[in-house]
Design a protein around this ligand. Structure first.
Ligand code: COA
Length: 173
């Protein structure tokens, strides 16, 4: 604790330089929960590339002492199977040693900010069925289960308009 959690968008310039670091945060965050993650290095690289290119403004990072310790990827204009456009949180990872400091919650808040900026009324995600810690975090943030499969659970939250008095954004350009 004790460190300010500053969520930043990753620039197109910074992405290539940070690629290895981002992949390592992802790999380490899923140690012990590998069934919910890409395990091959090439798959992780392709996944990162896809997440970033699809919506660079939704690629959010948290750094501590100059190193990325957490990141999230949110697509603000995701078209679901029902043809509706909504915001979709595709990924959220925090290094094990940085967990429990409120970083996950801060990144989730920034994903809601992006959804709000794009005028979306829903933020959706898929989470591993047995990933109870993440599920608890999402439930506390207002997500409810839309459907539950054998491996993955679909969760959706309403995107509330920002109260007029709350003009202090959590997202740093
Ligand atoms: C799930 C994850 C993103 C949470 O990130 P985090 O930075 O540790 O979360 P926070 O510190 O913001 O805490 C979020 C909630 O988890 C709870 N929590 C924190 N540490 C915890 C712990 N050790 N055990 C259980 N719950 C814990 C907190 O109480 C908090 O709930 P609150 O908001 O009601 O207080 C992180 O654990 C992670 O990267 N997990 C592996 C990857 C993953 O599962 N990603 C989700 C993909 S859908």
């Amino acid at each position: 604790m004790g460190q300010e959690t500053r969520v930043q968008r990753l620039s197109r310039h910074d992405f290539p330089a940070r690629r290895e670091e981002l992949a390592e945060v992802y790999r380490r965050a899923y140690v012990g929960m590998e069934k919910y993650a890409y395990r091959a290095e090439a798959e992780r690289r392709a996944y990162l590339e896809w997440l970033f290119q699809r919506d660079p403004d939704g690629f959010l990072t948290v750094c501590q002492e100059g190193r990325v310790v957490a990141w999230a990827a949110c697509h603000g204009d995701w078209v679901g199977p029902d043809g509706r456009t909504r915001a979709e949180l595709h990924e959220l990872v925090v290094l094990p040693e940085a967990q429990g400091q409120g970083i996950g919650r801060a990144l989730l808040g920034a994903a809601f900010d992006l959804a709000r900026e794009r005028g979306r009324d829903r933020l959706g995600l898929w989470v591993g069925r047995h990933n109870l810690r993440a599920r608890r975090m999402y439930e506390r943030a207002g997500f409810t289960v839309e459907r539950e499969g054998r491996t993955w659970v679909r969760m959706v939250a309403p995107v509330a308009p920002r109260p007029e008095s709350d003009d202090e954004g959590s997202l740093h350009p």
